[in-house]
Design a protein around this ligand. Structure first.
Ligand SMILES: [Zn+2]
Length: 367
C-alpha cells in the first residue's frame, strides 16, 4: 500500500493556549456562536502550475470560508507552498497552519544515517527493516534525544514563516499497537485486542536504558511487558514529553501548536500510546472516525463528551469528522452532536472535499 492510500485508509488528515484561542475565536468572517471555531484539514493541490494553482487555492479557501471554516490545516512542510497559500488565505480571511506528519518518517536518508532513531518492537525488530502493517511504517522513537532535537528543528523551520499561525502535529504517537476493527481485518495479524510483541513498541536501546534508569528493570526481561503499568506510563510520557518540547518551541516563536489524535482519551492510549489530555497544546483535534471503530454516527457525541470532560477546559477541543464516512445529512447530525457534547467546533477531513451540500446540512445543525 502506498503512503497516500495508507493515509487515506487510516484517516490521517487532520491541529495550539486558551488565551490565544480566545483572541482568534470570532475573528472569522462567518458568524458563529460565541467561542465556536471550525477547521479543515486540507491537502496540497494536484496542479503544479503556480498560475493555475493560485486560482484554485483562492477558490478552495473562499469556499471554505463561506462554508463556516475559520482555519485551514495544510498538509505540507514545503515553505514555497506555504508562501504561495498564505497571502491568499489572508485575503479571504482563513487562518493557516502547517500540518505535518511527525513520527512516521520513511525517509531513506534518515533511515540510512540514523537507524538508531527508529522504533524497535517487542521481538527486537527495527521498523527500518521490518515495519508493521505496511512498507513505509518506519517510525522515529520519541524517547531518543536526537529525535527530539530533529523534531524541534522541523517545527522551528515552520515557525520562521511570517503569517503562519501555527504547526499541527499528526502521527504524533507510536505505531498502532492494536488496530481499530475496520483496519484489523486487512492484515495478517491476530484478530484480537491483545498487545502482541510484533506491534508493541519501543524496545530500542534508548528506551531500554531510560526505563532501566527509572525502574531498575530492562523491559525486555519483563514477563508482563504488555500490561506493566510503569512500562506503559513510560511510553505515554515519552510522547507527552516530545509534544511539550514542541509546544515550547512553537510558543517561543509566537506560534501555536495543535495535534490530531485518536478518538477518545481511552482509545488513544490503548491503540497508539497518546495520553493527550496531559499534553501542552493550544488545540486538540480528535479523529472521531466512527466507521473505523465499527460505531454508528451517534457515537460521535459519546466520544466527544469523553474527550471534553477529560480535558476540563484545559485547551479547546474540536471533533474531527471524516467526510468519506458521512453523508451530508449525517455530517449535519455529527456537527450538531459534537457541539451538544461540548466541542469548541469541528474539523472536517478532507477539507478539499467540502461542498455546498455538506454546508447546507452543517448550517442546519449548528444554527
Ligand atoms: Zn525507543
Amino acid at each position: 500500500m502506498k503512503k497516500r492510500e495508507f493515509l487515506k485508509v487510516f484517516g490521517v488528515g487532520t491541529i495550539g493556549a486558551i488565551a490565544l484561542s480566545s483572541i482568534t475565536w470570532g475573528c472569522g468572517g462567518t458568524e458563529h456562536k460565541k467561542g465556536l471555531k471550525n477547521w479543515a484539514w486540507i491537502h496540497p493541490l494536484e496542479s503544479s502550475d503556480p498560475s493555475h494553482s493560485a486560482d484554485e487555492w483562492k477558490k478552495l479557501l473562499t469556499n471554505l470560508k463561506r462554508w463556516g471554516i475559520d482555519s485551514a490545516l495544510l498538509l505540507t512542510q514545503n515553505s514555497s507552498i506555504i508562501s504561495q497559500v498564505l497571502p491568499i488565505a489572508k485575503q479571504v480571511g482563513v487562518e493557516l497552519h502547517a500540518w505535518i506528519i511527525a513520527l512516521n518518517w520513511p525517509d531513506k536518508t534518515t533511515m540510512k544515517e540514523h537507524p538508531s532513531w527508529y522504533v524497535v518492537n517487542g521481538k527486537g525488530e527495527s521498523s527500518v527493516d521490518k515495519p508493521a502493517y505496511v512498507d513505509d511504517y518506519n517510525w522515529l522513537c520519541p524517547s531518543n534525544p536526537e529525535v527530539v532535537e530533529f523534531m524541534k528543528k522541523r517545527v522551528l523551520e515552520l515557525c520562521t514563516i511570517d503569517g503562519l499561525a501555527g504547526v499541527h502535529l499528526d502521527y504524533i504517537r507510536y505505531p498502532d499497537v492494536v488496530l481499530a476493527p475496520a483496519h484489523k481485518s486487512k492484515y495478517n495479524i491476530p484478530q484480537d485486542d491483545f498487545v502482541h510483541p510484533a506491534s508493541d513498541y519501543c524496545y530500542c536501546e534508548v528506551c531500554r536504558s531510560q526505563f532501566k534508569k527509572l525502574s531498575g528493570v530492562d523491559p525486555v526481561t519483563m514477563s508482563d511487558q504488555a500490561t506493566n503499568q510503569a512500562w506503559l506510563n513510560f511510553r505515554y510520557d515519552s510522547v507527552t514529553n516530545l509534544v511539550n518540547e514542541l509546544y515550547d518551541t512553537a510558543h517561543k516563536s509566537g506560534k501555536v501548536l495543535s495535534a490530531a489524535v485518536f478518538p477518545t482519551p481511552y482509545l488513544s492510549k490503548f491503540r497508539v500510546r497518546q495520553d493527550w489530555v496531559k499534553w501542552k497544546l493550544d488545540y486538540v483535534m480528535t479523529m472521531i472516525y466512527h466507521s473505523y471503530e465499527g460505531k454508528p454516527v451517534e457515537w460521535i457525541e459519546t466520544a466527544t463528551r469523553e474527550g471534553v470532560e477529560a480535558l476540563s477546559g484545559k485547551f479547546p477541543y474540536y471533533s474531527g469528522l471524516h467526510l468519506a464516512q458521512l453523508t451530508p445529512k449525517e455530517l449535519g447530525l455529527a456537527t450538531k452532536l459534537s457541539l451538544k457534547a461540548g466541542a469548541d467546533g469541528f474539523v472536517v477531513f478532507p477539507g478539499n472535499k467540502m461542498s455546498e451540500e455538506y454546508w447546507k446540512y452543517i448550517e442546519m445543525g449548528i444554527s
